[in-house]
Design a binder for this molecule. Sequence first.
Ligand code: ADP
Ligand code: ADP
Length: 224
Amino acid sequence: MYELKAVHKRYGLAKVALRKIDLTVRDREFLVIYGPAGAGKSTILNILAGITRPTSGDVRRDGVSILRVPPERRDAAMAFENYALYSHLSVGENLAFPLRARGLGAAEIASRVARISGILGIGHLLDRRPGLLSGGQRQRVALGRAIIRPADIYLLDEPVGHLDAKLRHKIRAELKALADDLSATVVFTTTSSREALALGDRVAVLNEGRIEQAGTPEELYHRP
Ligand code: ADP
Ligand code: ADP
């Protein structure tokens, strides 16, 4: 379980991105943070990953503060909307990279690459270089590279935001099934209420740096 406790984040002197928020991410849940652009969603993910430090407040993992734990020791897998791929490596090699870095065997790597590329519909692109891909294809490869490896927590920042509706629906469903299958802990951000309600075990509604509501889709749906 991850907890943000009274986390406040100011950029520079004037810009307040998060206003003393409390947020719990339970083990093996799919938590969606839903809110408009500028609400503070990416800031929360960066704080969980250890890339950004809160101005005040605490971040805990199973009750222990991890504020001083650097990103490389937090074991968070991140996918950003504009994630850089290795341009000199093929799509298949980009997907395999995080697995090679962890010393997985060739058979295990091949099976994971096949499964993830099938889910994301990029199996026919494995031999291509990222420079030859469309924006939507690149976004799928970046998402694949983030979710292909085992991780303590997956932080997915609008990972399907740039895809067309049909593909978004397909990947949404398969991502959810994959997360359930792996018993993964996922924090997923979106500007789409439909996406939030379709995916989230729980949804936190973020606006101007404040969590306005949090609960299961059913709870949010039936609340005035
Ligand atoms: P979201 O992901 O919901 O769009 P962000 O967490 O990216 O929101 O940003 C929250 C607020 O903080 C926005 O007003 C944004 O402009 C501001 N912000 C984000 N990163 C920085 C930064 N590095 N420096 C200054 N302001 C920032
Ligand atoms: P549907 O599921 O009905 O295809 P969504 O709920 O995904 O639609 O999206 C609803 C609206 O929000 C659409 O107009 C879509 O373009 C917009 N939208 C969805 N995701 C994003 C995003 N990440 N950034 C900006 N707009 C988005």
